[in-house]
Design a protein around this ligand. Structure first.
Ligand SMILES: [Zn+2]
Length: 836
């Protein structure tokens, strides 16, 4: 009996290492010795990894200690997160390589250049970027990084020496410091002394918004291409500095799953990714399979996930001559949990991550030459297939949006030029200073193609993420993809924000056109200062200059500041927001006079946003980030938990981001009262159905009623999936005289949508200021039945309720912080909502 118990214990430990007897030997290979000079994670942390979730600060301290103790490791701090945590990187390689690191790096980069043809790859180390836990609540990755770093620092013998000689490891132990810290705090504070695997325990039910995201609730594993967040910017810089050959991305998935490694579903690989990339991924996969077989862990591959959207950590490398690899470990979430596969312990999940981190290095070493040659070939082929001429993008009335797109290209090492002179092509005007030229014949031309293309046909109809991200559309740019090189001016080496003239002084009034991306920032500063300002409901002409719909007028007389103080303040606002503000000398203008009633008084806006359980954190976070980081505007985050106690009368506007099912009855009634007494509700996406059912807005939905024919049970999921819109781009006509569209210079606008809510246009034409065209698809996937439905529907509605207003957007105007082109719609709803 005793033996049986031992046997049983041993078996259980295999799957779910009990904590009492957990020690490093559970993880570390025992056939080598470890240097006594290197602190073990246990020495340093006071526990064996897996007993507790490591906090980010402890993780950083341990990594710093390893770097101090081991000549194999150097330590770099690349910046900070929004919460001020360091974005660290370890470079791990042999001591000898460390002494020549800069030469190794330059030689390695040379492989991607035309001069790299003669490099002898047999004698070059391979470069591997290992990244962990970009989703902070998928913590087995970062916790495994403690062991992997220790193993590489302390391990002795030929095997490990060979790895270190032949490999430069860029080791990023925590891709999401703020999320990891948040999550570790949650699970550690909810851990019981007697580990409780009951999935209903609080330990496994993190509160909103959870540790997956960063400070502003972004999924950072979507930001590798747009690079709008500080964490991404640091790693993109490292990526381009080193051009790693393999980049691994350690995640977790649902608790009932086993372990996944790429390739993903073959039919969903982006067509711009070379076949060889997937072949190499598959070959690398054979090392993971062998390593997991050895420790008895189950896994699967090629049945899930994909390599389509290039903004993910495992896909971004694929368009940069590298190989991105996604790992997904079934999550224990807390310390141990009952699952469909029995008890799943945190140490077990850590061990799988650790094991595949090592099998990655083994594959890299054995396939080194092949992988280095692939990288060289990738760039050789790219150069051969690059077209001639170039792309031009720009926005003649919004220099800031053009600048921000150029900034992304710059961060992605894309060569960008000024244009030589103003010119028109295919009916579009491009102006010097607000337009940029991107030559096709350049090293990064494949990446440029991936960023600029508008794809509307696909091999598969399912996507793990969005199906379109065309940057010229997202930034609302004038764009031409076939421009002669003679318009390519000077190459930009030091990209600067567009210069704005310092305003002159006026004794009469100042005018600010509502065109530049940052005008809401300027207006908010003006209104916050309690200055009087008005918005022009029609175009006007003053001092021989035209001012379009939405121009902001700030009179000089009768303000709280005298004309000198006002002038100084206006200069500050112009400089801080980087927008042009123009002094005028007379109220006698063509079109509207400045004293006209068609210049409507504006009030300071007090905006709140409903957050908390039921609200989509991403959508809410994008709005918070927009206000806080872009426009310097205060936004009260009103938690739904405290909504009933909140005094809503303080707010002019309340934003309700996408929700699972709208608000509860009591909350709805409270909100209705607030609207009726003069508030403006701005609601997004799925809230449309709740608005309708609660009679807050009259809406007619068009429903997709396509029925499956000849669809088998096996195909049912795919059939349903194909009727969704995971994220695609559609064209709408604008009525530019409507305040929701103030600031837009054209009669059309590209919108990003990820819902299937189709709203029938109103029979009164001016109630449809934004309306999809009859053939609206610009880029991305939509099923044929849905494409028929969406034609001529409206993504925006506004209606009155009592003394207040209800505004609805069915599309995401703030998507992932890179849809600069539609951010102004939300600002228009806020500042001009009561004038619509
Ligand atoms: Zn993940």
């Amino acid at each position: 009996m005793k033996y049986f118990v031992y046997f049983l214990l041993a078996f259980l430990c295999f799957q779910s290492q009990a904590q009492d007897d957990l020690n490093l030997s559970y993880y570390l290979p025992q056939d080598i010795s470890y240097s006594q000079k290197i602190s073990t994670p246990q020495d340093f942390l006071g526990y064996v990894p897996g007993e507790w979730h490591v906090s980010h600060d402890a993780l950083v301290s341990y990594m710093r200690t390893l770097a101090n103790e081991s000549p194999r490791i150097s330590f770099e701090n690349r910046g900070t997160t929004y919460e001020g945590r360091p974005l660290i990187l370890l470079v791990i390689t042999s001591e000898e390589n460390h002494q020549n690191l800069e030469k190794i790096r330059k030689d390695h980069l040379n492989l991607t250049e035309p001069s790299g043809g003669n490099m002898n790859t047999a004698e070059m180390p391979v470069v591997v970027y290992q990244g962990f836990s970009i989703h902070g609540n998928e913590a087995s990755g970062s916790n495994a990084s403690l062991l992997a770093a220790y193993y590489l620092a302390a391990g002795q013998g030929k095997e490990i020496e060979d790895i270190l000689t032949n490999t430069v490891i860029l080791f990023d132990p925590a891709l999401n410091p703020d999320g990891l810290q948040r999550f570790s705090n949650w699970v550690n504070t909810n851990k019981s002394h007697n580990l409780n695997p009951d999935p209903q325990d609080r330990e496994f039910a993190e509160t909103w918004p959870g540790g997956r995201t960063n400070h502003y609730w972004f999924d950072m594993n979507r930001d590798w291409l747009p690079a709008q967040l500080p964490e991404s910017r640091a790693r993109i810089e490292t990526f381009h500095k080193w051009h790693p050959n393999i980049l691994t991305d350690h995640h977790e998935m649902g608790s009932n799953a086993t372990f996944f490694f790429q390739p993903g579903i073959p039919s969903r690989t982006h067509p711009l990714t070379p076949t060889m990339n997937q072949d190499l991924t598959r070959e690398i996969g054979s090392y993971h399979a062998a390593a997991l077989d050895k420790i008895g862990s189950f896994y699967y591959t090629e049945e899930d996930y994909d390599d389509f959207y290039y903004g993910k950590g495992s896909t971004f490398p694929d368009i940069n001559g590298s190989i991105g690899i996604l790992f997904e470990q079934g999550s224990s979430r807390g310390h141990i949990q009952e699952t469909g596969n029995g008890l799943l312990s945190f140490p077990f999940t850590i061990r799988n991550q650790f094991t595949t981190a090592l099998s990655t290095l083994e594959a890299a070493q054995n396939m080194r030459e092949k992988i280095l040659d692939f990288q060289r070939e990738f760039y050789n082929n790219a150069r051969k297939t690059a077209g001639s001429g170039g792309y031009v993008f720009g926005n003649s009335t919004d220099a800031s949006s053009a600048y921000h797109l150029a900034d992304i290209l710059n961060r992605q090492q894309v060569e960008v030029h000024q244009i030589t002179e103003d010119f028109a092509q295919d009916g579009t005007q491009f102006k010097k200073g607000t337009s940029y030229f991107v030559p096709k014949n350049q090293k990064q031309h494949r990446l440029v193609e991936a960023m600029f293309e508008r794809r509307t046909t696909f091999q598969d109809s399912l996507f793990y993420d969005i199906s379109a991200w065309s940057f010229p559309l997202a930034f609302n740019q004038d764009f031409n993809e076939n421009v002669n090189m003679r318009y390519a001016g000077e190459k930009i080496t030091d990209l600067q924000k567009p210069a704005v003239p310092v305003p002159g002084k006026s004794e009469y009034a100042y005018l600010m056109e509502w065109k530049d991306y940052y005008t809401p920032k300027a207006l908010n500063k003006i209104l916050e200062k309690n200055l009087r300002a008005r918005v022009a409901m029609q175009p006007l002409e003053s001092d021989n200059k035209n001012f379009d719909y939405g121009t902001i007028m700030i009179p000089v007389q009768n303000q709280e500041l005298n004309s000198n103080e006002l002038f100084e303040f206006i200069k500050d606002v112009s400089a801080e927001a980087n927008v042009e503000i123009i002094p005028v000398t007379t109220g006698l203008t063509k079109g509207l006079s400045l004293g006209s009633n068609q210049l409507r008084a504006l009030k300071p806006q007090k905006v709140a946003m409903i957050v908390g359980e039921g609200i989509t954190p991403y959508d809410a976070g994008e709005i918070w980030h927009l206000f806080d980081q872009r426009y310097d505007m205060k936004l009260t985050k009103l938690d739904i938990q405290n909504f009933q106690r909140a005094d809503l009368s303080k707010y002019t506007d309340i934003i309700l981001p996408n929700t699972r099912g709208g608000l509860g009855k009591a909350e709805t009634e409270k909100l209705r009262d607030w609207i009726r007494s003069g508030g403006t509700l701005i609601a997004y996406k799925n809230t449309a159905r709740w608005l309708k059912s609660n009679k807050l807005m009259e809406l007619k939905f068009l429903e997709n009623e396509v029925k499956p024919k000849n669809v088998s049970f096996e195909q049912a999921r795919d059939f349903r999936g194909a009727q969704g819109i995971g994220g695609a781009i559609f064209n709408a006509k604008l009525d530019r005289s409507h305040p929701i569209n103030f600031g837009y210079k054209d009669d059309e606008l590209a919108l990003f949508r990820d819902t299937t809510i189709f709203i029938k246009a109103d029979s009164t034409s001016y109630n449809n200021p934004i309306q999809y065209t009859s053939e609206p698809l610009l880029a991305g996937y939509i099923s044929d039945p849905n494409l028929k439905l969406i034609a001529n529907t409206v993504p925006f509605r506004k209606s009155g309720l009592g003394r207040g207003n209800v505004i609805l957007f069915t599309d995401n105007t703030n998507f992932r912080a890179f849809w600069f082109g539609t951010n102004k719609l939300l600002m228009n709803a806020i500042f001009f909502g009561e004038h619509m």
